[in-house]
Design a binder for this molecule. Structure first.
Ligand code: FAD
Length: 451
């Protein structure tokens, strides 16, 4: 006799949406979460010593066309604040710095032409990728036989153009382009509405932030589920057969008709499955490493960069502070700069520890914004590669060969074990919206399968 209809492993957004939809359909569900909190890769933390200020150490931004996330925000009465503010952004490639307004060009004429032609070729190639099944299609084997770095070298004709696309890879996947299959990069961009859309603030993926923080989405979902969300229950073993599943966690065994695993792919391998999973499935998750990010926040008494008519947005190829956004609260009672340290920079900085990270990041800010940047009221950093239950972010990426060889196993249930999580999404893969989509998809899947 099963304890519940469905067990969900992981109380990130995907797991909580799954449980929410299963419960709404009148079925019983329990969520087992390893951490002592819900939200997974969404985490809103108070800044020590700064009264009333919280920052998003994990996901922060919402796009206008992230329909599912927008619907959850509306359901819980959560508001957003636009990312774009007054002032010019800064870009710096190979030591040449430019300031630009949203309407003007970020690069010199030659680089602009190079980036433009490469963007057009990238978009044309992405049009051939089937987001529902990237392993299919006439061009898939060719795209999957090369890295994004080899594409950059072949297609970009200027050194600055090449550096720009390397920066782009860090920005969206938090890894270096030699680690990523071209097919994966094309899929990822198409899944989120195109590469330019992923890189854009107003109207794009960084259009707005959630007032009060993104983690509230998970917290509100968990509030609705009440005692059916069990924290500090890392799942160690899943036993499954034709009659049901038995899931072993900290407090013992729970039985159900079906189990939904929503943990990031790299962590799905650390759960023991009895009997073992098909070879294709195991191979796939072993070939889905995560990127690396240290997300930092420098808090100032006020957004002093406004005095220089700067927006606080900085993109540079000189690390580690390569991508910077102004995330000050809407009333500007503090000035907050979010610094995304990505890929190799994150691995290097993470190894040096928080004190060194602080110095290096602040020095990078000071180069663009002047000495005032060296003296924040507070500085916090979050190294996601060191998180036991995430092990890197923003999400997983696939190296050459993986999509076409074993990618078709991504969403296929193994008996009574079902798979969700943002990495399984067709639209907005890697984003919160994709996590919601995956939860809705898998909830429908188990509801159909339940007796
Ligand atoms: C720094 C950062 C910035 C980001 N920025 C954005 C952004 O601006 N916009 C955006 O849309 N997305 C962003 N993302 C990505 C977004 O956070 C993720 O896509 C999304 O939160 C993934 O949700 P999920 O439920 O699929 O996975 P997760 O949030 O990873 O949830 C999985 C859950 O499983 C739990 N777990 C793991 N192993 C076990 C186990 N053995 N037993 C039980 N539980 C387990 C984990 O603790 C976790 O709670 C960002 C991510 C990071 C880290």
């Amino acid at each position: 006799m099963a304890n519940v209809d469905v067990i969900v492993v992981g109380a990130g957004v995907a797991g909580l949406v799954t449980a929410d939809r299963v419960r709404a359909a009148g079925r019983s569900v329990v969520v087992l979460e390893a951490r002592d909190r819900v939200g997974g890769r969404t985490l809103t933390e108070p800044v020590p010593g700064v009264k009333g200020l919280s920052v998003d150490a994990g996901a922060a931004w919402v796009a206008p066309d992230q329909r599912l996330l927008r619907a959850e925000l509306a359901r819980f009465g959560l508001e957003t604040t636009p990312q774009d503010g007054p002032g010019d952004a800064l870009t710096s490639l190979r030591g040449k710095s430019r300031r630009y307004a949203a309407t003007a060009r970020a690069f010199d004429a030659v680089t602009t032409a190079d980036v433009g032609q490469a963007m057009m070729r990238f978009a044309a190639a992405a049009d051939h990728v089937d987001v529902e099944a990237p392993w299919r299609g006439e061009h898939a084997p060719r795209y999957d036989a090369q890295t994004f770095e080899s594409w950059i070298r072949r297609v970009c004709v200027t050194p600055k153009g090449r550096d720009y696309f390397r920066l782009v890879c860090g920005t969206v996947l938090a890894t270096e382009p030699q680690n990523v299959s071209l097919l994966h990069m094309l899929f990822f961009a198409r899944s989120g509405g195109g590469l330019l859309h992923l890189l854009t603030t107003g109207g794009g993926a960084q259009d707005a932030r959630v007032v009060g923080g993104m983690q509230q989405v998970a917290q509100r979902l968990a509030d609705g589920l009440g005692r059916w969300v069990r924290l500090q229950e890392p799942v160690t073993t899943i036993m499954h057969d034709a009659d049901g599943v038995t899931v072993h966690s900290e407090s013992g065994a729970t039985t159900a008709h079906h189990v939904v695993v929503t943990v990031p792919p790299a962590l799905a391998t650390s759960i023991e499955y009895l009997p073992g999973l098909p070879h294709e499935r195991t191979q796939l998750v072993q070939r889905m490493p995560h990127g690396s990010v240290v997300k930092c926040h420098a808090v100032y008494t006020r957004p002093f960069w406004h005095d220089l008519a700067l927006s606080g947005e900085i993109t540079t190829d000189e690390g580690p502070a390569k991508v910077v956004f102004d995330t000050s609260p809407p009333d500007s009672r503090y000035g907050v700069l979010t610094v995304l340290v990505e890929g190799d920079d994150a691995l290097r900085l993470g190894a040096k520890g928080p004190a060194r990270a602080r110095t290096e990041v602040l020095r990078g800010l000071a180069e663009h914004l002047g000495p005032r940047a060296m003296d924040p009221q507070a500085f916090v950093s979050h190294d996601w590669t060191a998180e036991e239950w995430t092990r890197g972010c923003y999400g997983a990426h696939l190296p050459p060969g993986a999509w076409t060889q074993v990618g078709s196993a991504l969403r296929v249930p193994v008996g009574r074990i079902h798979w969700a999580g943002t990495e399984t999404a067709e639209r907005w893969c890697g984003y919160v919206d994709g996590a919601i989509a995956s939860g809705e998809r898998v909830a429908a899947e188990v509801l159909t399968a339940l007796p």
